[in-house]
Design a protein around this ligand. Structure first.
Ligand code: SAM
Length: 241
């Protein structure tokens, strides 16, 4: 069976992206396996679907060509426009915190390279909505994701502070830039029973990864998880400060 950029994989019994099939045995596989074993499973990420996604998505194709050799290192890398692709462990850890199930409708704020969006697409096997405020990054990421078969990831250029009301509510929301507060429009667009993960704190300072849960009765609960450091969330959120 073939559905757009996704293929039925007899090996795994699930839908697989073209990238997943290509990644099955390329020259980068040993590095990717080592990255997962040492940096991700070797720490505290245990969710099998997240580990599978991290083993599958070809991270080296999401970084600038000059940085390809470093793609599987235990650190973030520059992707141009003053922005970064996050450290692999942080991508995996934040994805695990979302407790995604297959079919979960997910919003990402901060597409950057498109890598996190591809990881989300591998885990949920359905549409991922991703917003990037820097136009050239949004364009490059959208083209890259399409080329790699992640056609189910929908990228738009805009201010993610405002969310994407046309596709709300979302089962999960992930913000991959540091916000000064949790944006109310994103809380509004979270489904009851849904989760949001967002770094909160000052720009260029150590921030806290905050987990926001909307309970079935609509009550919103927040808790601080680990300290992190992300590039700032720009747009409306900053102008209000
Ligand atoms: N998730 C990305 C990846 O996998 O490559 C890395 C994201 S990078 C750490 C943060 C991104 O958030 C940058 O590309 C930045 O331009 C974007 N960003 C910052 N403020 C934003 C906003 N208000 N709306 C959408 N994107 C924003």
């Amino acid at each position: 069976m073939r559905t757009g950029g996704w293929f039925w994989s007899a090996a795994t019994g699930v839908l697989a992206s073209a990238a997943a099939l290509a990644a099955g045995g390329d020259e980068w596989t040993p590095q990717r396996e080592r990255m997962v074993a040492e940096q991700i499973a070797g720490r505290d990420v245990t969710d099998a679907a997240v580990l599978r996604a991290m083993r599958t998505v070809p991270r080296h194709l999401f970084v600038p060509e000059a940085a390809r050799r470093e793609a599987y290192g235990d650190y973030p890398l520059p992707i141009g426009q003053g922005q970064t692709i996050s450290q692999p462990y942080i991508v995996a850890y934040m994805t695990q915190l979302l407790r995604l199930k297959p079919g979960a409708k997910t919003l990402e704020v901060g597409t950057g390279s498109g890598y996190q969006a591809a990881v989300l697409a591998e885990v949920t096997q359905t549409n991922v909505y991703s917003i990037e405020i820097v136009a050239p990054l949004a364009k490059t990421a959208a083209e890259r994701l399409k080329r790699l078969g992640y056609e189910w990831v929908v990228v738009k250029c805009g201010d993610g502070y405002l969310g994407w009301p046309e596709h709300a509510p979302f089962d999960a929301i992930i913000v991959t830039a540091g916000a000064e507060h949790v944006p109310p429009p994103l809380v509004e667009q979270l489904k009851r029973g849904g989760r949001m993960v967002i770094p909160v704190g000052g720009a260029w300072a150590v921030q806290s990864l905050v987990v926001v849960e909307k309970l079935p009765d609509g009550t919103v609960k927040k808790r601080e998880d680990i300290p992190v450091r992300f590039v700032p969330l720009t747009g409306k959120g900053r102008q209000r400060e």
